[in-house]
Design a protein around this ligand. Structure first.
Ligand SMILES: *Cc1c(COP(=O)(O)O)cnc(C)c1O
Length: 399
């Protein structure tokens, strides 16, 4: 015979936890499709709630993903943030939300490459035309704005070649002509640059990179001003965009150390850029925090730190296939792979000339050797310089 009286209800620890008001440091992860209403009138309230603004259905978010969105919105200084499953969705979907057939879009020539496929393929098919502009145009983008232009897109520094944009000047011109501005701010993270404070309406993060910071998931986030939010909210609800609860939790956890990690990426990245610019094998280093970089003045005016991603060009005499292979195929610290923003340091060959249509790369008079993109992870700086020093020695022997 059991010693518990079957009519006596066991104490509910779950209920006690709910009532206590106490909480764990991190918000709970809730997995849900269905969310249960407390009454018929509560169900009716769920049905009429603005989707994504309340707990109604797993498609639009759950407690944990909402908590992560709030943390990002706070760091960005924005009204609301919405998550989606990849950084690529975060750069493409806002354009579907804000633009219509017949509209015109301005894109920097240095935009994250997959965006070109979206603009020149799907958007073109839907009747939206794109003009690529020189990222250094500043208020000169005024000349490219047509009566049908509805959005000026920015990415600063630009992918692969790291041109810094005059965000304030471009945003002012766009606002004057009633155009939305959206900016891919992945490089600096919202810690070192806050687009909305510079007049931008829509700030985009590939959470995949620094916000998560551990190279173990893909995700995107879009943050807007109060004025821009209703259109984004409606688009997100219409397309059913969302991020998975476990990934949102991991990225939220990763973001707790953003400040510590960014400091390391910035300091070691800049130190390595300085080291590279002293090397005889290197013709040019593109890093906005270097004093002689063409974007340095704008970087110093607007940014409070730097990402660990930059590029450099080898001298022409070190750029044949055998030399490049000798460099890469003996590296011990640097990995060779897509993406960036995690603890891993990465080195890959790049060819910006292949993807530019509005500007020339290399610029007139600039070095024409092999270009490489580097991500300085969380490794010790001397291990990275040792790895490159040995790599450069192999490269020279292969000459
Ligand atoms: C990686 C990246 C993206 C896309 O993010 P994914 O999560 O890889 O889809 C967008 N913009 C920039 C600048 C990026 O580096």
């Amino acid at each position: 015979m059991s010693d518990r009286d079957p009519r006596e209800k066991q104490p509910s620890a779950a209920e006690a936890a709910r009532r206590s008001g106490r909480r764990a440091v991190m918000p709970p992860v809730s997995h849900a499709s269905t969310i249960l209403a407390t009454s018929l009138s509560d169900f009716e309230a769920m049905r009429s709630a603005r989707r994504g603004d309340d707990l109604t259905y797993g498609v639009h978010g759950t407690e944990g993903s909402y908590a992560f969105e709030e943390a990002i919105a706070e760091l960005e200084g924005g009204w609301r943030t919405r998550l989606c499953s990849t950084g690529l969705t975060a750069v493409t979907a806002p354009i579907l939300c804000y633009l219509s057939a017949g509209d015109h879009l301005l894109m920097p020539d240095t935009v994250y490459e997959p965006m070109r496929g979206f603009c020149d393929g799907m958007l073109k098919r839907l009747g939206v035309t794109t003009t690529y502009y020189d990222p250094r145009a500043g208020s000169g983008v005024r000349e490219l704005i047509r009566p049908t232009t509805r959005m000026v897109y920015l990415e600063s520094p630009g992918s692969l070649t790291f041109e810094v944009q005059d965000v304030r000047a471009i945003a002012a011109v766009a606002a004057d002509r009633d155009c939305w501005t959206a900016m891919d701010n992945t490089w600096a993270s919202p810690l070192y640059f806050k687009p909305l404070e510079h007049g931008v309406d829509i700030s985009i993060q590939a959470v995949t990179k620094y916000l998560n910071g551990h190279a173990d998931l893909v995700m995107g986030a879009v943050t807007t001003t109060k004025e821009a939010y209703p259109t984004l909210q409606q688009g997100w609800a219409t397309l059913g965009l969302n991020a998975a609860p476990d990934d949102a939790y991991l990225a939220h956890r990763g973001m707790q150390t953003l400040k510590l990690r960014m400091e390391r990426h910035w300091r070691n990245g800049l130190a390595l850029a300085e080291w590279l610019s002293q090397r005889p094998e290197v013709a040019m280093v593109a890093h906005p925090a270097l004093p002689d970089d063409p974007g340095h003045a704008l970087w110093r005016r607007d940014f409070t730190g730097a990402g660990g991603l930059f590029a450099f060009t080898l001298r022409e005499t070190f750029s044949n296939r055998a030399q490049i292979e000798a460099l890469f195929d003996g590296l011990e610290r640097f990995g060779l792979g897509f993406s960036w923003g995690g603890p891993e340091s990465l080195l890959i060959p790049i060819d910006p000339s292949r993807v530019r249509t509005a500007t020339r790369w290399p610029r007139a008079g600039a070095a024409t050797g092999q270009m490489l993109r580097i991500h300085v992870g969380l490794d010790d700086l001397d291990l990275l310089t040792d790895d490159l020093r040995l790599g450069f020695a192999r490269m020279s022997r292969a000459a």
